[in-house]
Design a protein around this ligand. Structure first.
Ligand SMILES: [Ca+2]
Ligand SMILES: [Ca+2]
Ligand SMILES: [Ca+2]
Length: 133
């Protein structure tokens, strides 16, 4: 029995380390992304966050994000899907379209805003990685 408990605990730790729980404090992230203080993130706030991330992780300022710059925010499959021109990098238009899609995926009630519960969902965490710098 003891051994079983230990196995479970290791599995839980592994889950945590692989990033399934990407944000220890999603509430704090929401607060930062919500300058109007209404408790939710609308598309405008998400885009402001996305722009800040885009600029922050693009230190060479060449206008595009490559796989290395996107590391930890978007995996290879995600990059491929978000990159219809197939040049291996995301420009701002592609990044913006990606954030729009993730925003919609994270907003199942379609009320135009992401609340804390939605942000804590797996789709919300994916969005957060792209808009929280
Ligand atoms: Ca807001
Ligand atoms: Ca591209
Ligand atoms: Ca919503």
């Amino acid at each position: 029995m003891k051994k079983l408990t230990k196995t479970f605990s290791i599995a839980a730790t592994a889950l945590f380390l692989t990033g399934s729980v990407a944000y220890a404090d999603t509430a704090a992230a929401l607060k930062e992304l919500n300058p109007d203080g209404d408790g939710t993130i609308d598309m405008k706030e998400a885009m402001a966050g996305a722009k800040a991330v885009f600029e922050k992780i693009n230190p060479d300022n060449d206008g595009t994000l490559d796989a290395a710059e996107l590391k930890g925010r978007l995996d290879e499959a995600g990059l491929k899907a978000a990159n219809p021109d197939g040049d291996g990098t995301l420009d701002w238009d592609e990044y913006k379209a990606l954030v729009e899609r993730k925003f919609k995926a994270a907003n199942p009630d379609e009320d135009g805003t992401i609340d804390l519960k939605e942000l804590e969902s797996p789709a919300g965490q994916e969005l957060l990685k792209l808009i929280h710098s």
